[in-house]
Design a protein around this ligand. Sequence first.
Ligand code: FAD
Length: 470
Amino acid sequence: GTSLVWLRDDLRLDDNPALSEAAGRGLPFTVVYILDEQSQGVRPLGGAARWWLHHSLAALSADLESRGSRLVLRRGPAGEAIRTLATQTKADHLFWNRRYGQPERTIDADLKEWAGGHGMQASSYQANLLFEPWTVKTGAGGPYKVYSPFWRACLASQDIRNPFEAPDTLPEPAPSGRGLPASDTLSSWNLLPSSPDWSGGLAATWRPGETGAQQRLEDFLDGPIEDYGTGRNLPGTEGTSRLSPHLRFGEVSPFRVWREIRRRHPHNVPSDVGTYRAELGWREFNWHLLYHNPDLATRNFRPAFDNFQWAPTSREELAAWQQGNTGYPLVDAGMRQLWQTGWMHNRVRMAAASFLVKNLLTDWRIGEEWFWDTLVDADAANNPANWQWVAGSGADASPYYRIFNPVTQSKKFDAGGSYLRTFIPELRDVEGKGIHEPWTVEAEGYPKPLVDLAESRERALDAYQKIKSA
Ligand code: FAD
């Protein structure tokens, strides 16, 4: 019989257990991707992620074709689309890699049940997280709510499974004679922006797809990782891996990253490399949180925050933040980097988010949604978890009195101003330290500060104090 491989957030051939298990049967199989904008609770992709998805699917499609296979594209509620395709191809076995969001798990569980009722087998695999959420438990048997002990427990378990490696060749995609199953064309999905097409900066920055992902990984492991402890804090350098969108879409597996690190450091892990692995640990932790708290993107992890008095957000203030016109160069450079390239450096994400939530006292969910729409790495767990971390409403969150000062941060981490100059043309000719405080120098066309830092800081501390004493 034939089988069906349903790819989702695992758009790769390498280290893909669902794919290698299906291929390993030595029988024909169909590889499918479903664009699901209809199933209950599935969060629709933002604009930047749609752009990425288009190019990632194009790359995957080409990779499959070069191996004599093909990618079938269908849209609709995923469960229904898979049932139709499985019936059309007379599949006797469904393969996929596991997902961890609640709506997605419901779809998968229903499908498994349907398959069982129709004489079909359904097999799912661990492929996208190093540690599946239900396997990491506190001494008392519950989920972790604090990162450090979570990650210590992960590392102590030394249980990095996933022995799979995709074979070099894949067999025929579908039974000959019966023809290939019908596929949508990628262009018919309209994932790319038009009128206006804002994707030029994204295209200049990224190469979506597996080849691009592997190149990034290699470049990073060959250099920047050795100095990651320092380099990761400097937004003006290429000190981080920039693997986040590739990991988001599963173009590279975390197991691959892990194994490549281990191959280069078989005996002991240097501290910079350990620091890097600990960041992968935050990704694991956030998915652990989402698994146990499905509404992480909409509900405060700490219920005390349900009574928090956010300020009414003025359209003008919000637009100034979104467009990078707050008058604070680090925040503005970050927001413009985001708009142009679909990505923002982590240190700057923290500063920009803190500015919105604390200095403008805006509900974190408003910022989360903007990031969701504009980030190429917009991730259902990492985005809300990090926003809640900044807001103080999250698990293991930043303490309420920690309010990033964008001027201090910029002096410290972009001392020479190279990052600021890259993204803020109005400041390109400003020399010396004045670039961090443009209101002290001539900076033609650059906005005056939107709010006073000291005053807005006091306002935020007052609001947070109420929560604390409540
Ligand atoms: P590296 O420094 O090379 O880190 C390696 C990998 O570890 C990353 O690719 C990522 O998968 C993971 N990682 C690193 N930092 C974090 C973190 N703080 N939390 C979770 N995982 C992390 N990351 C996303 O992947 N998607 C998001 O939607 C997202 N939204 C964020 C929103 C805010 C407000 C903040 C403060 C952070 C957010 N992050 C998000 C986390 C982090 O900023 C990015 O993962 C990181 O900047 C990606 O760049 P990199 O791949 O070069 O990271």
